[in-house]
Write a protein that binds this ligand. Sequence first.
Ligand code: ACO
Length: 426
Amino acid sequence: MSKDTITITNNRNGKTYDFNILDASVGPSVVDISTFYKETGMFTYDEGYTSTASCKSEITYIDGGAGKLMYRGYDIAYMAKEKTFLDTAYLLVYGELPTKDELDNFALEMQKRSFVHEGVKKLFDAFPDRAHPMAILSAGVSALSTFYYNHLEVNTPQEYKEMANRIIAKIPTLAAFSYRYSNGLPIIYPDLNKGFTENFLNMLRAYPHEYVELKDIEIKALDTIFTLHADHEQNASTTAVRNLASTMAHPYAAISAGIGALWGRSHGGANESVIRQLEMIGTVDRVDEFIAKAKDKNDPFRLMGFGHRVYKNFDPRATILKEIRNELMGELGISSELVEVANKIEKIALSDEYFVSRGLYPNIDFYSGLILQALKIPKEMFAVIFVIGRTPGWIAQWSELHQQKTIKIARPRQLYVGPTERTPKS
Ligand code: ACO
């Protein structure tokens, strides 16, 4: 740690204050303002935490300018190309990549723990037809805390392992059930002969007593999507999980809160919006009209799936998914008007001065939307897929917070701008 400080001067009274600068192992340093109020009598103000680090973390690192994303020091391209989602989940949750034996045991545990208590199914019966799967999933995960109430106290590595493996294994089952119940379809139980991702796809697609052929490229594409969504620093849903963790709530209640946050269209709903927009554009001959709308300063229309708040050159996850999209479309021989529309928009955006000069490249949602569409996964399930991928990240973040010697409850301050004290009318 550096002993450097930053000095702040209050021009109202001329007083100066020194605050320590803490260095990151890589990336921007931070100013430690934890004593700011005590020393200055003032709060700091940063709506949306755009300049505020809310925690110390060893899990994920992003360099938006360089288009870099690492899970526990491993580059995302390595994880996506050389490893599976279960390797990634193990890495995030346990801190190291698994050996072959560890991975085999983890995969076996995922299979064995994938069933949910039959009582959980009664909960699904209570929801109306067409209930959104994200709402059902959030309720289902919250309900799991009643079946595993003992996870309220996680004190030993064994207790952590049970809590973590259980939720990672059961989320795909609850996710698939959410879809089946919402559409009035017969539920399909986990198949102990199938791997993690194949099993989920099977629970979505299969019918009782009917064999469904799943192509390797389909399983690989979905597995890669899970890997690429597994963690992304202190985003809104992870912050929700950490906030609940700081109150010592049940870990599955924290995951349920994360699902609620991810449901929002500004977070996990973006790839669904990509497909809705492509459907709205409809035909290739209308693409130019919508490109013009996107470039028009007086038109609020934005091209969904382009641009990113953090990645200003390119999103490394989008680069990987673009390759997978090409492979998948080629192998499945998919051609449709929607794909043609997407291809034309992508081509224009990659060459048009407006998009290039602003760094508005296709983002992860553009390609994941197209891939999930090609996998015949309904749009309302897109955010649910995100949840399956993100669960190991949330668990790792929950655990990191719980391993701190002292846990401070998340309790931000505010700049009060309401009325001063008013005299009640008599
Ligand atoms: N279509 C057209 N123009 C755009 C787009 C877009 N998708 N995105 C940004 N711009 C333009 C803006 O109008 C602005 O132009 P100006 O400099 O002439 O005023 C410039 O590019 C910069 O835009 P900002 O809004 O300042 O960029 P910011 O970083 O705040 O926004 C965001 C990033 C929200 C992702 C934005 O690019 C957007 O709305 N994209 C479409 C929605 C989308 O795909 N969201 C998913 C993001 S990925 C994820 O969340 C996992």
